[in-house]
Design a binder for this molecule. Structure first.
Ligand SMILES: Nc1ncnc2c1ncn2[C@@H]1O[C@H](COP(=O)(O)OP(=O)(O)OP(=O)(O)O)[C@@H](O)[C@H]1O
Length: 187
């Protein structure tokens, strides 16, 4: 059994890493799904209330609340698959929740790219964070994520993948690591 968590600043390549996993047949649990479900349970619209409900969940049930609520989703996938990838980790408290639940079977991967590359790539996909409706710059987004504890989560990573070359090169690195990481843990 291997549970792989992904951390990294906005635009570093976390979703692309998750896509590689999915293409390899590795199920991906998205922590945002927990928040979207909670919005629906409260009769709210995930599109507009996502941020507020994420915050409410953490305030009401503690900073590890979203990680804890994603545990049953991960367990469900582990019943069918030996390896599961978790996307959406935001803080050290969440990393600790996964380490506690899965022990040595939890592998935390950091995806890293410099600010300028991340800014350029986020513009490329038409999600122009420098000029979007919220007016939030990438600097502000970085600060917001770091405020949740992303910096501490990144420091806890077991492995770092640098995403500074082509997308194909990054995808190759992720594929190799998903294979070798799983083997290393199962040894
Ligand atoms: N090596 C690369 N070369 C070119 N484009 C890339 C590369 N890696 C990622 N991208 C593109 O950069 C954008 C950001 O990547 P991705 O969505 O995976 O980041 P993320 O870490 O999930 O970001 P966020 O935190 O904003 O969700 C995407 O459009 C992705 O296709």
């Amino acid at each position: 059994m291997t549970v792989i968590g992904i951390v990294g600043l906005p635009g570093s390549g976390k979703s692309e890493a998750a896509n590689v996993a999915a293409d390899m047949g590795v199920p991906v649990v998205t922590m945002g799904d927990v928040i979207r479900q909670e919005c629906r349970d409260r009769g709210l619209d995930p599109a507009s209330d996502h941020g507020r409900i994420a915050q409410a969940l953490r305030e009401e049930n503690g900073p590890g609340a979203i990680a804890e609520r994603s545990l049953p989703l991960i367990e469900d996938e582990l019943a069918e698959s030996d390896t599961v990838l978790v996307d959406g980790i935001r803080s050290d408290v969440e990393v600790e929740a996964f380490r506690e639940a899965f022990g040595e079977s939890f592998l935390l991967i950091e995806v890293d790219a410099p600010f300028e590359l991340r800014a350029e790539r986020l513009d490329l996909r038409g999600r122009d964070d420098m000029n979007d409706e919220s007016g939030e710059s990438l600097t502000d987004r970085d600060e917001r994520e770091l405020g949740f504890g992303m910096g501490e989560a990144i420091e806890m990573a077991d492995v770092t993948i640098e995403n500074t070359e082509t997308l194909a090169a990054f995808q190759r690195k992720v594929r190799t690591l998903l294979r070798e990481g799983a083997e290393e843990i199962e040894r």
